[in-house]
Design a binder for this molecule. Sequence first.
Ligand SMILES: NC(=O)c1ccc[n+]([C@@H]2O[C@H](COP(=O)([O-])OP(=O)(O)OC[C@H]3O[C@@H](n4cnc5c(N)ncnc54)[C@H](OP(=O)(O)O)[C@@H]3O)[C@@H](O)[C@H]2O)c1
Length: 287
Amino acid sequence: MQMKKLLFQLDTDPYPSVFDTVVAYDGGADHVIGHGGLTPDNVSPLVEGTIFTRAPKDKKNTAIFVGGSDMGAGQELFSAIQKLFFYDFRVSVMLDSNGSNTTAAAGVAKLGSSGNLAGKKAVVLAGTGPVGQRAAAMLYQEGAQVSLTSRKLSRAEDACRAIQARFDVNVTPIEAYDNDARGRAVEDAHIVFAAGAAGVELLSEEHWKDNTHIELMADANATPPLGIGGTDMMDKGKERSGKIIWGAIGFGTLKLALHRACIARLFDRNDQVFDAEKIFALAKEMV
Ligand SMILES: NC(=O)c1ccc[n+]([C@@H]2O[C@H](COP(=O)([O-])OP(=O)(O)OC[C@H]3O[C@@H](n4cnc5c(N)ncnc54)[C@H](OP(=O)(O)O)[C@@H]3O)[C@@H](O)[C@H]2O)c1
């Protein structure tokens, strides 16, 4: 009998993300079972159901995906799940709260395919969300000096502390309330990664067009108005005013291919952990 590939989509939000369900099927899961409202305190019975049900050689056909809009809650749930594993009583797991790892990995990998990131100054605009936090860590890993902005300094500081705790990297917090303040924050940057909420413009064209330092820009927001004014969501390494631009759909093709590839690989073995490091490594192979 052919074992069915079962993906348990465990979400920290009340309703499991529909986006993640669709990509899970497209990535090769035969059946996706979504649960919402999960925390370290209520996840144990679900995890036990995944690890005690199939023989060792068949366990690779069961996997867990952790999602949700809160990066911190996702990280806590992800780590609580792995603490329940022992010996070979484990299944492969993936963390991608709000598409954080796959989106950041695809965006940073595309930036890296267009120019050198090492030794450059990078600013992640509105970097306090899941995508921004992971993009900041990945840019740092590539050797950039990284700052992130928030409308509130305390939120920027909290995000930098969370990134430091998870990745042991130093990201500088910047308070930038509006487009003018964010324009000042990127004045001496070489790389700009816009990671703001959907439909929020973070920089106007006048803030980057004549900047002679900026070399590369990526914008994750695909909902108009875009995060970086004067760019197009379809930009695929397009040159504008002497800068290389990656728009949200421009690098979104890689994001989706990467997300699907990670889901497919979850079912190769029962002991894999797909988090920022492994997902970014795969993005760099795929780019
Ligand atoms: N291209 C793709 O394939 C893909 C895939 C997944 C997600 N996305 C997009 O990636 C972006 C980032 O996702 P995310 O989940 O990390 O975002 P998020 O958590 O919704 O928002 C990121 C940050 O945006 C800031 N923000 C919210 N409203 C704002 C406003 N009115 N003005 C200025 N800043 C504001 C907030 O920072 P502060 O409160 O700290 O200022 C927030 O922490 C989104 O646009 C999402 O749609 C793209």
